[in-house]
Design a protein around this ligand. Structure first.
Ligand SMILES: [Zn+2]
Length: 73
């Protein structure tokens, strides 16, 4: 039987780099944004190392963008 897993707050998706504005991140293989220690998550373009709060903020923004693209489900 299917059991719902603990809800992840967000899907993992690339977030916008605050430095260069690109949406290309390097993530660890088993990345969990809530895990401590965080990441590491880096910008693939400029090498910026995301902080956890920064990443989560970016994820929020990104999800809102994606939601507005795909419309309400
Ligand atoms: Zn960057």
């Amino acid at each position: 039987m299917m059991r719902e897993e603990a809800p992840l707050p967000d899907e993992i998706c690339p977030v916008t780099c605050p430095v260069c504005g690109e949406n290309q991140n390097t993530l660890p293989g088993d990345f969990d944004p809530q895990a401590e220690p965080f990441g590491p998550v880096h910008c693939m373009v400029c090498g910026h190392a995301f902080e956890q709060a920064e990443y989560l903020r970016g994820l929020e923004t990104r999800r809102r963008e994606l939601d507005s693209l795909s419309g309400p489900q």
